[in-house]
Design a protein around this ligand. Structure first.
Ligand SMILES: Cc1cc2nc3c(=O)[nH]c(=O)nc-3n(C[C@H](O)[C@H](O)[C@H](O)COP(=O)(O)OP(=O)(O)OC[C@H]3O[C@@H](n4cnc5c(N)ncnc54)[C@H](O)[C@@H]3O)c2cc1C
Length: 563
């Protein structure tokens, strides 16, 4: 182990934010060192859907979608407030397409438009239905050769056959593989590729979503020979009174002092697994479940605070949330299944609290669903909440990890994950909710299924609701009867997918102190940076969009700093 090192820029954490900062800095000619606590790149980003919210992006414009920073600003002003994070927001909206164009022109980080993918408050002024979100182009992991093992795998529950990734377009042909020759051939090709992968690799190499994003960033870094110190963690920052001048890194070989000419970029993914910081910024969701990578223990933000940086803001709900159900795996471990889009909005499901009452439009965004759980829980227990459906729903749409048409849903009942009963009263009794309340909620739902109008929560009335519903179901794509036994219930809990408080920064990711002054040499991006969205969740890609854009801005700023 060397005794010390001097570089232009030290980047801590090899998730999407850190890898973007390191890649841009390297392209701009800086001498960069990237340090990663674990033996793999990707962090939470590797398990994500990989969507970036970039209003006015080039990929969507080329596909004919009309959008602009001004339109997105109207939307954000309605959602967050016109003045909130004004300077950062302007920088974000103006730089978004530029940062993406830069990456696509100079690296293997390539994107596609998502097409239709509505904003999460799609009924508000300025919201977009299509063209605001982009996803990474799928990536062939074989290009990484022996380095493929360095890419963190997706959530196990999202893999088929124990290691194959599937994207949205794959789902219908896979489920309907015996329904048409075209589907069968499509599924057979996927499976053949997967089998051939498994002869040489620990999992499938056809990478999509967040895994494609982090693999593309990593591949681009490898091509540029950017040094990455794996199994090396940030111990502390070095501060000389005027600013940050480096950091002490720590590994099993001991400590490595690194002196920086242009700064340190913190990108350690936030503090979701730091109990103290959770108590400080997100005290209400209990018990604690987190979909953030387990290594994100707040070391970046804690070191920044010790160096004089201010964490905040204090006045927002810090978590960005998804409801999750708990999965028992065959090896005895447990997993969390995020109910992002596939089941809640489909017709024939309601979510109830302990009074057996609905408390939310089930088809709203995963973030808004959990905010409603947390708020309701103050008056009627809604943690956990119960997703309730009947047998035809389970067969047609699936529920969480139980995919549509599953041959043996009884397995999940036996494992204690899913509750089944032949009457609603029996179901209520088994899950401990008020039986009269549940009966009444189901009766109301069944009336709304006929009329197509949800008089309680207006389910099915926004573009987002309908996007995730079943377009073929009439009169309302999100409301169907719950009538045919057996009836099923699944418990869902709040889990964070990201934190939105962190180091307060200027528009270039430069950390600010308690007086709002820049701390020279210290940057934060990704979930180490206080979110530009002020704790709200405007649409798909709310964290990865800013992670990439502010990482780009931080690297550009570091380059522009005079020495
Ligand atoms: C199921 C799921 C789906 C999601 N889908 C989306 C989506 O489609 N769009 C979106 O915008 N967001 C999505 N998210 C959220 C998104 O993945 C995260 O917000 C994003 O990955 C944060 O990026 P990051 O680089 O800040 O942190 P991370 O991706 O978590 O990376 C942090 C890295 O820092 C490393 N690290 C931690 N501590 C240290 C240390 N002390 N020293 C060195 N290294 C350290 C970690 O090991 C890790 O590699 C999703 C999340 C989940 C769970």
């Amino acid at each position: 182990m060397e005794e010390s090192r001097t570089v232009d820029l030290l980047v801590i954490g090899a998730g999407p934010a850190g890898m973007t900062a390191a890649l841009v800095a390297s392209l701009e000619g800086l001498d960069v060192l990237l340090c990663e606590k674990t033996d793999q790149v990707g962090g939470t980003g590797a398990t994500s859907a990989g969507t970036l919210w970039i209003p006015g992006n080039t990929q969507s414009k080329a596909a004919g979608y009309d959008d602009s920073a001004d339109k997105a600003d109207i939307y954000l002003s309605g959602l967050i407030g016109a003045g909130t994070n004004r300077v950062l927001r302007d920088a974000y909206l103006q730089t978004g397409p530029k940062a993406i164009d830069y990456l696509t022109a100079k690296t293997d980080v390539q994107f596609l438009t998502c097409g239709t993918h509505p904003d999460y408050r799609s009924n508000m002024a300025g919201a977009a239905i299509s063209g605001r979100a982009i996803v990474p182009v799928p990536f062939d992991g074989r290009l990484l050769g022996r380095h493929f093992r360095r890419v963190r795998a997706p959530i196990r529950e999202f893999l088929v056959f124990g290691g194959m990734m599937v994207g949205k377009p794959d789902i219908a042909p896979l489920i309907g593989r015996f329904k048409s020759a075209a589907n069968f051939i499509y599924a057979a090709k996927l499976f053949a590729r997967y089998l051939s992968d498994r002869l040489r690799y620990p999992r499938g190499t056809r990478l999509m979503l967040g895994n494609a994003l982090v693999a593309r960033l990593f591949y681009s870094l490898c091509k540029r020979d950017v040094p990455i110190l794996f199994d090396t963690s940030l111990k502390d920052l070095v501060h000389d009174g005027a600013g940050v001048t480096g950091a002490i890194l720590s590994s099993s070989d001991g400590d490595l002092p690194v002196t920086t000419r242009r700064g340190v970029v913190l990108a350690t993914g936030g503090y979701a697994h730091n109990e103290q910081l959770r108590r400080r910024f997100m005290p209400k969701a209990s018990p604690i479940y987190s979909l953030s990578f387990a290594g994100n223990e707040g070391e970046g933000v804690s070191a920044a605070e010790r160096a004089g940086a201010r964490l905040g803001p204090d006045n927002i709900t810090s978590g960005l949330w998804s409801p999750v159900s708990i999965v028992k795996r065959r090896d005895g471990s447990t997993g969390l299944y995020p109910h992002l889009a596939f089941d809640r909005a489909k017709p024939g499901l309601i979510a109830v609290n302990a009074e057996g009452r609905r408390f939310v439009n089930e088809a709203c965004s995963y973030h808004d669903f959990v905010l409603a759980m947390i708020e309701t829980n103050d008056t009627a227990k809604a943690i956990p909440a119960w997703l309730v459906c009947d047998a035809p729903f389970l067969k047609k749409y699936g529920l969480g990890v139980i995919y549509p048409g599953h041959s043996n849903p009884g397995r999940f009942v036996d494992e204690g994950c899913l509750v089944r009963a032949s009457t609603l009263d029996e179901l209520a009794n088994k899950i401990g909710v008020d039986a009269a309340g549940l009966r009444d909620s189901v009766a109301r739902n069944n009336r709304y299924a006929e009329s197509g109008i949800d008089a309680d929560f207006a389910k099915g009335e926004t573009e987002l609701n309908r996007f995730n519903g079943d377009a073929g179901h009439k009169p309302n794509p999100c409301i169907g009867p719950i009538a045919t036994p057996p009836f099923y219930a699944l418990a869902v809990w709040p889990a964070d997918i990201a934190v939105s408080t962190g180091v307060l920064t200027d528009a270039d990711g430069r950390a600010l102190d308690n007086d709002g002054k820049v701390i020279p040499g210290l940057y934060a991006c990704g979930n180490d940076m206080a979110s530009v969205m002020g704790g709200s969740y405007p649409g798909p890609g709310t964290t990865l969009g800013p992670a990439v854009v502010f990482a780009y801005r931080a690297a550009m700023r570091a380059k522009a700093e005079t020495l």
